[in-house]
Design a protein. Structure first.
Lengths: 191, 990
């Protein structure tokens, strides 16, 4: 008898990224996300599941149809990503594709929050808390890795050629992650 | 007259940009490009501080980061006050106020100078000998007094108003030092597009090229070569130039820490800009082109203001257009001072040069100077100086080849430039764990075999000739071998320790370490007293131990020890350098990690609602949790009583979202949990929950929580809030290393699911209208069951569980929906007086029912049996984590501390948590302590105060009266069962 489905209250209000700015730090809209765990050998054998490519190198991501993306974070771990409305379809399709195998598909659509960091100083700002080398040679388009930003664990993705980095973190760490990025980014803001 | 000592022309200062600072309350005019030291000297200020121990008047010794004397407090405004800045590296900026340190009542009249007269009773190590008796005086008198006297500068009281940031960077080659060798290295290294970072501690790159006015490189003036090199580097996109950046730490894997001074040199603070930036650079290759430090000469009263290093005199004249004096005597044992003398003469100053070496040893220098009309006195020693707060004369005397000192004469002067040769700056090399090698030819330790991918270049490894430095830097930067043509540099010196003197060496103060006031006789005393290792001499005399790390003094001290022991220098050894190369502000180390960014502050999805409804919060790990919800006029006690009553009588609502949650998936999920927990899991049916306790290998309780079986191969595990991360790590550890054969995957869903606990007799009434697809009737959805369905149209994992002892539900919903669901429950609950409660009420409610909290009733030394949960252990299980430890004899002793209830004889006395428990309060001290109170609250439900305690052999003491410490003594309390309310646990089934 519930009249209307409850609304989402995201921890960070989404805003539009401005890649043309010196620095743009923008929380992203909610998305469908799943943690997929699958033995390495199975991933190699099947290559992909429900359109998500699984056999890429570790720390690489691959775009799929309809704005979907799979990022391989470990030998047996993928972050599956898609539009918020595709959540049920992704779950259904992946479970069907992997039926009979040992795997775990766990919805983490509300666990993770994403922040897009773009602009000429994006690398400098992320490197304000992240020790990774973000140069194109070291972190080319399609890179994805679990790493640190200050005292928070994050997943850092660069989905494509666009100089836009996506930082995913757990919900409760998002204010800290955003706060640190904005603090470090202050010297470039409006510059 | 403004700037009386400013030369009319020259220098790299910008005379079009005058600025004004203050020194000890007096206006100082300066120009952009000045250091504070240059500004002070330009204004005729010689006396800038008092020495550490003897409070002797001190001036500016050097022009760079090796400065031991001129330590100033710099005041840039409220919250921007910083002690112990070296005047030689602080850039003059409009409006800053600097002041001298270590004196009272004033710099000019310092009572502490009495220490100078008392010096015969204050030799090296005096405090080890003097302050021994009576022993009781050490803590109360000696140590506080010595601490007050020791230390320089005044720590700021206000919070630092500046911002600091960190930056990580990677490169192919990091070049430290932007002098000739560093510039050449950077040019060579960046030629093929490789990423290069060039860092120099000074505002301008160039090193010696900034003050060498006459040299040429490849046919062009050195200044032009420098400008061209910088233009080339700046134009390369692969090069990052970091001026004002000091590499201060060299760690493993070519990890270098540098501090960039971003803001201090700017007149106006731009709030967006940080003051300093900590760079952490990981470099494939490091080039250390850190140059060399000039050595002072060790002679009596070599510390008078106005006596400085010879090359520094040259720098002040050529780079800053400042005359450190009008009549300058250079005193040297080497060639480089001749260039300084020539430049001083060219600047119109009256110059004399005294060389300890015989004329024949001096090379072309004397003839060159005499041709310029400079008086040169070879084969002369320095035996003292005159003056008090400024040097007025240098006392010299001829010395022959046998060291016989002839008659004294005083050379009147107002400035002295001394040079005892050069010491390569090997600090970073030493930090990198590279072994130093003694090079007899240049009387210095130089880098030996590198321990990391590192190359030293130029003066940093004892190469002092300009052309050779350039070629060496070029090669270090990876360039193909090439030659540079450059003006030959005057190099070479005779190593001297304490200069020959006709005075009694035991009666004069010839300073070796200016910053720590260590004299040649202190070193001699230390050796005489048996300290033969340089490490021991260093600690006994404190030579080289101040913030300058003995940059100017180390070789003199080392040489003196070697000379007195008559051993070669390498046998005496050298000390190891440690980070930081120069002092680093706390702000730089801290970076952004202050205030709200000190640590992540984790807030649950309902935090904002709680804040809006007056919650007070407590920290639980990184989480902020609603502690209680006081209404206007209520104190915490009243609020918690009201919240507890609401749960017992009607319905309360609680944010339990911070609970750790782990989704355990796979064919062997049940078997996995069976091995992790002490109790049995294989037969738990889907749709049911079970309370589980897990141990570590040691048999002690590690964590607990309710686990729900969602499907045959899927469990929803909950952990304590604080235990979430470590339980997941613990499980992963076992899964990956002990039981890799189990088909199980673990995923943290702590933050996927928000948890709303709805507790109390009316809980079902509030919940029912909002839930679809779940039959809430007690018969079909009993206590310790789990169902999936929807609430407010969104998916839920609905647990029927209770940590309060009442009918209750824990409503799991995806986190972003929690606010809407909570508000719907809140609205529905109004007719029942729904009451939000916090962690404190939750603690009371569970204590009334005797439920433990891991970390409160347990402390890592408590077994399941200790807290009365021994019955949970599945005896039939072959193994579980911790099982074997539970069989140890100590784990079975009857006098183990066991969980009991404690009821104070005074029913309204809330015992103190942590209070100790004894059987007899009159026994002699130290008493036998039986245990302690773990939880203690006022309980409205019981109409009295209740407490839980761990008591030795507690279960055998039921009914006994024990005594519990209170702030004023002891309170008697009766041992009872650790359940105070609804002992049969019937209410949860409502």
């Amino acid at each position: 008898m519930a009249e209307q489905a409850a609304r989402r209250t995201p921890i960070l209000a989404p805003s539009a990224a401005r890649p043309e700015a010196a620095i743009s730090i923008a929380p992203m809209v909610p998305a469908a996300r799943f943690a997929l765990r699958l033995p390495e050998a199975a991933a190699k054998a099947i290559g992909s599941a429900a359109g998500f490519r699984l056999d890429m190198a570790i720390n690489r991501s691959a775009a799929a149809r309809d704005g979907r993306l799979a990022a391989r974070l470990g030998p047996d771990e993928w972050l599956l990503h898609g539009p918020e409305t595709a959540s049920e379809a992704i779950a259904r399709d992946v479970e069907a594709a992997l039926a009979g195998r040992h795997f775990a598909l766990v919805d983490i659509g509300h666990r993770n929050v994403a922040i897009a960091v773009a602009g000429a100083h994006a690398r400098a700002v992320i490197n304000g808390g992240c020790p990774l080398d973000l140069d194109d040679d070291a972190f080319p388009p399609g890179s994805a890795t679990r790493t640190l930003l200050g005292k928070a664990e994050i997943v850092l993705l660069r989905p494509d050629e666009a100089p836009v980095f996506r930082i995913e973190c757990w919900r409760s760490f998002a204010p800290y992650v955003l706060g640190l990025l904005e603090e470090v980014g202050r010297e470039f803001a409006g510059a | 007259m403004a700037q009386p000592c400013r030369l009319p022309a020259g220098g790299r200062i910008d005379r079009a940009k005058p600025l004004r600072l203050r020194f000890n309350g007096r206006d100082i005019e300066a120009y952009a490009g000045d250091s504070v030291a240059a500004a002070l000297l330009a204004n005729g200020v010689r006396l800038v501080g008092r020495s550490f121990k003897y409070h002797r008047p001190r001036g500016i010794l050097s022009h760079g980061s090796d400065e031991p004397n001129a330590l100033l407090q710099v005041d840039r405004g409220p919250g921007r006050i910083d002690p112990n800045n070296r005047a030689t590296v602080v850039e003059a900026a409009d409006g800053i106020a600097v002041s001298s340190q270590n004196h009272w009542p004033s710099l000019e009249h310092d009572l502490g100078a009495v220490n100078d007269l008392l010096s015969p009773v204050l030799p090296a190590g005096f405090y080890y000998k003097t302050f021994m008796w009576p022993q009781s005086f050490w803590q109360r008198v000696y140590e506080p007094k010595i601490r007050a006297a020791a230390g320089l500068g005044v720590a700021p009281h206000e919070a630092d108003a500046d911002r600091y940031v960190h930056r990580h960077a990677h490169c192919a080659v990091l070049v430290v030092g932007g002098g000739p060798a560093g510039l050449a290295a950077a040019l060579a290294a960046s030629d093929d597009g490789a990423r290069v970072i060039l860092a120099d501690e000074q505002p301008e790159f160039g090193g010696t090229l900034l003050h060498d006015l006459h040299a040429t490189i490849d046919g062009a003036p050195a200044g032009d070569w420098r400008a061209q090199a910088l233009a080339t580097l700046a134009a390369r996109a692969n090069v990052t130039l970091l001026p004002r950046t000091t590499a201060f730490g060299y760690y493993n894997h070519n990890h270098i820490a540098l501090v960039e001074r971003v803001g201090d040199h700017r007149a106006r603070q731009d709030d967006r800009r940080p003051r300093e930036r900590l760079w952490q650079v990981r470099a494939r290759q490091v080039v250390l082109a850190t140059g060399a430090h000039e050595r002072p000469l060790v002679f009596a009263d070599n510390d008078r203001p106005g006596i400085m290093l010879a090359e520094s005199v040259r720098v002040f004249i050529n780079r800053y257009a400042v005359a450190p004096g009008r009549r300058i005597v250079f005193a040297t044992s080497g060639a480089s001072a001749y260039a300084a003398a020539a430049d001083a003469k060219a600047a119109g100053l009256d110059v004399t040069l005294v060389d300890i070496r015989a004329e024949a040893e001096c090379g072309p220098g004397p003839a060159m100077l005499r041709a310029r009309g400079i008086d040169v006195l070879p084969a002369h020693t320095i035996v003292g100086s005159t003056g008090r707060k400024a040097v007025t004369g240098l006392i010299v005397a001829p010395v022959d080849a046998n060291g016989i000192v002839g008659p004294r004469r005083t050379l009147a002067c107002d400035g002295v430039g001394m040079s005892g040769g050069w010491t390569p700056a090997v600090h970073l090399f030493s930090q990198s764990r590279g072994k130093l090698r003694y090079d007899d030819a240049i009387d210095a330790f130089v880098p030996g075999t590198p321990a990391q991918a590192e190359r030293s270049a130029g003066a940093a490894r004892g190469i002092y000739d300009l052309a050779a430095c350039l070629a060496d830097g070029w090669a270090a930067g990876g360039g193909a071998a090439r030659d540079f043509a450059a003006t030959p540099s005057p190099t070479g010196f005779r190593p001297v320790r304490a200069l020959p003197t006709d005075a009694d060496a035991k009666r004069v103060k010839a300073f070796v370490d200016f910053q720590n006031d260590v004299t040649a006789k202190d070193i001699a005393l230390a050796v005489r007293e048996g300290f033969e290792s340089v490490e021991h001499v260093k600690r006994y005399t404190t030579t080289g131990m101040a913030t300058d790390q003995g940059k100017t003094s180390n070789m003199a001290a080392l040489g003196l020890v070697a000379e007195i022991l008559d051993r070669p220098v390498p046998q005496v050894g050298t000390t190891t350098f440690r980070p930081p190369y120069t002092p680093v502000t706390f702000g730089t180390i801290v970076g952004s990690a202050r205030g709200a960014l000190f640590d992540p502050i984790r807030v649950a999805p309902l935090h904002d609602w709680a804040a809006a409804h007056g919650a007070r919060f407590e920290n639980v790990g990184l989480w902020r949790r609603a502690w209680h919800f006081p209404r206007p006029g209520e104190d915490m006690h009243a609020a918690v009583r009201r919240e507890c009553r609401a749960v017992r009588e009607s319905v309360g609502i609680f944010d339990a979202s911070t609970l750790g949650k782990i989704e355990v998936v796979g064919r062997d999920a049940a078997e996995f949990l069976h091995r992790i927990y002490i109790n049995a899991w294989l037969k738990l049916e889907p749709g049911r929950c079970r309370y589980g306790v897990m141990l570590k290998e040691d048999g002690f309780i590690f964590d607990d929580g309710v686990v729900a079986r969602m499907a045959p191969d899927r469990f929803h595990v909950t952990t304590t809030t604080g235990g979430a991360a470590r339980v997941l790590a613990h499980m992963e550890d076992y899964l990956q290393t002990e039981w890799p054969d189990l088909e199980v995957f673990l995923t943290s869903v702590s933050e996927q699911w928000a948890v709303i606990a709805l507790q109390g007799p009316r809980a079902r009434d509030v919940l029912a209208p909002l839930v679809e697809g779940i039959d809430l009737a007690a018969a079909s959805f009993p206590h310790m069951a789990v169902r999936t369905g929807t609430i407010c149209g969104v998916p839920t994992r609905l647990f029927r569980v209770s940590f309060t002892g009442e009918l209750g539900y824990e409503i799991n919903v995806p986190a972003d929906y929690a606010r809407a669901v909570w508000e719907a429950l809140w609205a529905r609950g109004q007719e029942f007086g729904i009451t939000p409660y916090g962690t404190e009420a939750m603690h009371v409610l569970r204590a009334e029912r005797g439920f433990i909290i891991v970390g409160q009733e347990t402390d890592g030394t408590v077994t399941p049996d200790d807290v009365g949960l021994g019955g949970m252990i599945a005896r039939a299980k072959a193994d579980f984590v911790g099982k074997r430890s539970l069989a140890r004899p100590d784990m079975l002793k009857p006098d183990r501390k066991q969980l009991v209830g404690l009821l104070a004889d005074a029913p309204d006395l809330v015992l103190e948590e942590g209070a100790q428990i004894v059987a007899d309060p009159h026994q002699p001290i130290p008493m036998t302590m039986l245990g302690h109170v773990t939880s203690s609250y006022w309980s409205d439900a019981c109409g009295r105060a209740i407490a839980l305690a761990l008591v030795s052999g507690g279960r055998a003491r039921m009914g006994q009266t024990l005594h519990v410490t209170t702030p004023t003594g002891f309170a008697p309390a009766r041992v009872a069962a650790p359940v105070f309310f609804d002992p049969k646990g019937e209410r949860v089934h409502g």
